[in-house]
Design a protein around this ligand. Structure first.
Ligand SMILES: [Zn+2]
Length: 145
C-alpha cells in the first residue's frame, strides 16, 4: 500500500485541463511534470478537453479553471487534447494525421483565446498528446497548421 504526503501548501502554479480518457490519464500528468517542470497541479478532466471550452465558453471547463485560479492561484494552464479522442469521433473522424492535428490545433488555439480572456494574466500552454510507435508524447499545438 502506498502512502502519500499531504501538502500543507495550499497554492500551486499550474493546472491541467485534459480529457477523461483513461488511456492518457497516467501519461499526461507525468509528461507535463517531466517536460515543463510542473511539480504540483490541479487536474480537471472533461471529455474532449479544449472542445469543452470551444463548444461552451461559459461552461464547466471555464468555471473549473476560474475556481482553480481562485482557490490555488494558478499561473499556468496546460490544455491537453489527444490522439483518438472519442469526443471528436476518434481517429476515424480524420482522413489523415495532418487533418487530426489541424482540427485539434484549431480548437486549442480558440480555447487559448477564450481562457486568456476569461482569466486575465494566465499563461495557457496548448498541447496534443500523440501516439507514435505505441508511445504517448506531448507536442506543442502551436507548431501545427
Ligand atoms: Zn478524449
Amino acid at each position: 500500500m502506498s502512502s502519500y504526503r499531504f501538502s500543507t501548501d495550499h497554492h500551486t502554479h499550474d493546472a491541467i485541463l485534459m480529457c477523461i480518457d483513461f488511456r492518457f490519464s497516467q501519461a499526461v500528468p507525468a509528461l507535463v511534470r517531466e517536460q515543463f517542470g510542473a511539480e504540483a497541479f490541479d487536474i480537471i478532466a472533461l471529455a474532449g478537453a479544449a472542445k469543452q471550452i470551444v463548444d461552451d465558453p461559459d461552461g464547466i471547463a471555464i468555471e473549473q479553471l476560474k475556481l482553480s485560479k481562485k482557490l490555488h492561484d494558478i499561473k499556468r494552464i496546460f490544455l491537453v487534447n489527444h490522439y483518438d479522442c472519442g469526443a471528436y469521433g476518434g481517429n476515424k473522424a480524420f482522413s489523415s494525421w495532418e487533418a487530426f492535428r489541424a482540427r485539434h490545433a484549431e480548437d486549442l488555439r480558440k480555447a487559448v483565446v477564450i481562457v486568456t480572456e476569461a482569466i486575465p494574466g494566465i499563461e495557457v500552454v496548448p498541447l496534443i498528446a500523440e501516439v507514435k510507435n505505441g508511445q504517448i508524447a506531448l507536442t506543442s499545438a502551436e507548431n501545427s497548421e
